[in-house]
Write a protein that binds this ligand. Structure first.
Ligand SMILES: N[C@@H](CCC(=O)N[C@@H](CS)C(=O)NCC(=O)O)C(=O)O
Length: 496
């Protein structure tokens, strides 16, 4: 496709992909929208090329975008990178300029991969038809929520033109037809979801989309069958992991509502729970930016506040940040929102300015929630046996070892993942530290063991000592364990 004015000269853009992958297709659509010429390399996922393995050593998945030799994996990270690295192109912006609208777009894009993408994967790879159908029902419920979000008035989720959510959701459209043929379930039923059905037609007709999505249903089905037949145990596909479930079943064991006294305006309200890693992140970043906020401790057991239910109707989880009464949800998204609204001279930045460094930070932050989050939930709440708990421990340790390497690379010998100061990855990982100490006590071993991960051990001490973390990251492991036991007892009594 032709390059837009000023785009592409002297640039080397390569995309490692697989023709039927929605994650790859969305990157192709974004590059087309921006008018960025690129070289496309088709990967054989059963015999991955050396370049793919070297450029995405952590996940070994497509897509990987390689821009002037620098690799960027993970489709949603790539989309944001494209938007930021080619901000000056003639092509449209994927994310809106307004921080609140950006937060909303990020929220719905995450919702799509969590609630439509994860079931999509189960429909493809589960053995039993029953399991496939259950996953399809979950995806349909999510599509109905999206129908309500899109509404009648807008041509696209992005407004008049295709935006971030359109690209993320639209990339699954080719597969919807395949799924209908496979199990007879319509994920997008025009009778029940007229707005989405009309949206899908508009999306598929766009120049940037034409020729990208797989259209030949039988070819896709045949490719999938061959794929499943060839799947050798040592080369098993790793499933698309849903985002770790937000622990909205937390039971509150103490109630407090405080105004944290600090300089600045008073229009921020945070709904939280004191032990939640996700809430702690938001509190740390508010402290880093010296923003005063009202903190409201929620009772998440059976008495979620009406304000919480009204301001996070989709997940009903904390944290919720209300800024001038406008709510936003999901900790990583809230942290980016705060960073975007309160930026400028003298204010510490959470994400770096350089698009590639931003993509790297987003990649590692997603890694933490993908790998550390579920292991933490398992060890503390969901594992039923000692064996299961030991497996979750091993997964957490393996992830922390990978993060030890990431810390070395990102910090370039400085104190934090973010360099001299606390950055995005520091905040995301640091939110778990109170729980790590509690787990250490429970298991009689150290998760961040100075002998195994010396860099992380030094990092933990520095993070805990930072003004922004003090009083926010729990330092009393016994109290955290007491919280855990109360919660488990409450869950057990509910189950009886
Ligand atoms: N979260 C990733 C998912 C990418 C993904 O699952 N890619 C699949 C192809 S659809 C893959 O490369 N699988 C190879 C493997 O798991 O070994 C993204 O958004 O990029």
């Amino acid at each position: 496709m032709a390059a837009a004015a000023g785009v592409g000269e002297g640039e080397e853009v390569k995309l490692l992909g697989c023709w039927d992958s929605p994650f790859v297709n969305r990157v192709q659509i974004a590059l087309n929208l921006k008018g960025i010429p690129y070289e496309y390399v088709e990967e054989d996922l059963h015999c991955k090329g050396a370049v793919l393995l070297a450029s995405n050593p952590v996940h070994k998945k497509v897509p990987v975008l390689i821009h002037n030799g620098k690799p960027i994996p993970e489709s949603q990270v790539i989309l944001q990178y494209i938007d930021e690295a080619w901000a000056g192109s003639d092509g449209p912006s994927l994310l809106p300029a307004d921080p609140l609208q950006r937060a909303a777009a990020r929220f719905w894009a995450a919702f799509v991969d969590d609630k439509v993408g994860a079931p999509w994967f189960t429909i493809l790879f589960a053995r039993e038809t029953e399991e496939k159908k259950e996953a399809a029902a979950r995806a349909v419920a999510a599509m109905e929520t999206l129908e309500g979000t899109l509404g009648e008035e807008k041509a696209f989720f992005g407004g008049d033109g295709i935006g971030f959510v359109d690209v993320v959701l639209g990339s699954y459209l080719g597969w919807f037809v395949v799924i209908e043929k496979m199990i007879g379930v319509k994920l997008l039923d025009a009778a029940r979801m007229p707005a989405l059905a009309a949206w899908a037609e508009r999306f598929k007709a766009a120049d940037a989309v034409k020729g990208v999505l797989p259209e030949d249903v039988d070819k896709v089905l045949e490719f999938l069958q061959t794929f499943l037949r060839n799947q050798r145990p040592e080369n098993k596909l790793s499933p698309v992991k849903p985002l770790p479930p937000t622990p909205h079943t937390y039971l509150l064991t103490r109630s407090e509502s405080t105004v944290v006294p600090m300089a600045g305006s008073g229009e921020l309200k945070l709904l939280g729970v004191w032990t939640s890693p996700y809430v702690i992140r938001v509190r740390v970043v508010l402290n880093l930016k010296s923003l005063p906020y009202e903190y409201v401790e929620e009772d998440l057991g059976s008495r979620k506040s009406p304000l919480l239910l009204a301001s996070n109707p989709v997940h009903k989880s904390v944290p919720v940040l209300l800024h001038g009464g406008r709510p936003m949800n999901e900790s990583q998204i809230i942290v980016q929102y705060i960073d975007e609204v309160w930026s400028g001279t003298g204010v510490p930045s959470i994400l770096p300015a350089d698009p590639y460094e931003r993509a790297t930070a987003r990649f590692w932050a997603a890694y933490v929630d993908d790998k550390v989050g579920p292991a933490w939930l398992g060890m503390v709440f969901t594992c039923k046996t000692e064996e299961e708990r030991a497996e979750a421990w091993d997964r957490a340790v393996a992830a922390l070892e990978t993060l030890e390497g990431a810390l070395g690379e990102c910090s370039k010998g400085k104190a934090f993942f973010g360099g001299e100061g606390i950055g995005f990855v520091d905040i995301v990982l640091g939110g778990y530290l109170g729980w790590f100490a509690a787990i250490d006590k429970l298991m009689g071993r150290r998760l961040i063991d100075p002998a195994r991960t010396p860099l992380l051990a030094g990092w933990e001490a520095r993070f805990r000592a930072a003004d922004a973390a003090r009083g926010v990251v729990p330092d009393d492991a016994d109290k955290v364990l007491e919280f855990m036991r109360t919660l488990l007892a409450w869950s057990a009594s509910k189950a009886e």
